[in-house]
Design a protein around this ligand. Structure first.
Ligand code: SP5
Ligand code: ZN
Length: 353
């Protein structure tokens, strides 16, 4: 399995996120990816590649998923933030005002001239700091996702996009949940564009993949499945329930498999088998797995109890789908263990594939 990694990831280094009225140190830190790289060098799965995708090809792939208005916002966000106040150069940008999404509430069709307001318009939480290196890091991650999709479209059994920042919470025109560009959606769309008529996304991160769900919600060509902590108690709270089944021609092509906080491997594996059955029933020609390792028992912000050795079986079960598969790197905040857990999953996949 070829790994695509992004040297710009470390430039995205938030200092603090808002949590219950306090600023706390960021959970989504550059060291996460370094632990995965170190473990991949210790237990190689295949070639490690820095993608040489052209800027034009990258822009094209990103624009297949995200709106021009949002991409323009992201591309200029850091400069606009510093232009508000030169002292902002020392601070991460975080939103503190939001327009809500309800009809007859605030408008979201008028782009505010005020950057702080614009940041709120394109965000859904105050936990996802935007820093000087965020745009380059997010672009570099998306390049990995596209390169991995290209490798699989060219016949590789699987490929790993070692993306950071993560992506599955980002929507067509919003950031949040530490995510800016939806790498998994970009990979899924690239597989569609390469001719795979039916692409499935099976999200195994602890948190519901709300961004991916919304991107494909009204489409019948991309099935989205997510196994996650029940949004009644778990982030991102406002999406991820079982009655969200897709809309329009996409009705029936979204499946949420929420589990209570505290769930362990047995319940989680049952949900995975349900998800894999849905992928098979859909007739998927390719699979994208947003791979969060925050289902781990030691994760500091999550509530499932998978153990490091369990990830071999998770990888093997994913391989049993028998599909060309792209993995994107998502959550996992037990930083010292995230490399072991990620490579256990991928090695488990590779041993069966
Ligand atoms: C990609 C991904 O896994 N995103 C998850 C975003 C979760 N953000 C909210 C986390 C709440 C953090 N709680 C802090 C506890 C401090 N002791
Ligand atoms: Zn997560």
């Amino acid at each position: 399995m070829q790994t695509f990694h992004n040297p710009h990831h470390a430039g995205h280094a938030g200092q603090q996120e808002m949590f219950r009225g306090r600023m706390v140190p960021c959970h989504e830190v550059p060291a996460r990816l370094d632990y995965v790289l170190t473990e991949l060098r210790r237990r190689p799965l295949g070639a490690m590649t820095i993608t040489d995708l052209t800027e034009a090809a990258l822009d094209k792939g990103i624009a297949r998923v995200h709106s021009a208005r949002y991409l323009d916002f992201l591309a200029n966000a850091w400069d606009d933030w510093v232009a508000m106040d030169p002292a902002n150069a020392q601070r991460d940008a975080l939103p503190s005002v939001w327009p809500l999404g309800n009809r007859h509430a605030f408008r979201n069709d008028v782009l505010p001239a005020n950057f702080a307001a614009r940041l709120g318009l394109f965000s859904f939480d105050s936990g996802s700091p935007l820093t000087s290196g965020t745009w380059a890091a997010a672009r570099g991650g998306a390049a990995c996702a596209l390169a991995a999709a290209n490798a699989v479209a060219s016949g590789a059994r699987s490929a790993f996009a070692l993306t950071r920042p993560p992506g599955h919470h980002a929507g067509v025109d919003f950031l949040g949940g530490y995510c800016f560009l939806n790498n998994a959606a970009i990979a899924a769309q690239a597989l569609r564009d390469a001719g795979h008529t039916h692409v499935a996304v099976l999200d195994v991160d602890y948190h519901h993949g709300n961004g991916t769900q919304t991107i494909f919600y009204e489409r019948a060509d991309v099935l989205t499945v997510s196994i996650h902590g029940d949004p009644a108690t778990e982030y991102p709270f406002f999406l991820g329930h079982t009655d969200e089944r897709g809309a329009g021609i996409g009705a029936g092509f979204n499946l949420n498999l929420p589990l209570p906080r505290g769930s362990g491997l047995a319940a989680w594996r049952t949900a995975l088998d349900q998800g894999l059955q849905a992928v098979a029933d859909f007739g998927a020609q390719a699979l994208v797995v947003p791979m969060g390792l925050d289902t781990f028992e030691g994760d500091p912000i999550s509530g499932f109890t998978l153990r490091s050795e369990d990830y071999f079986a998770v990888g093997a079960a994913l391989a049993s789908a028998g599909l060309p598969t792209v993995f994107t790197f998502e959550g996992g905040y037990a930083v010292a263990e995230v490399g072991t857990n990620a490579v256990n999953l991928l090695e488990g996949f590779q041993q069966v594939a």
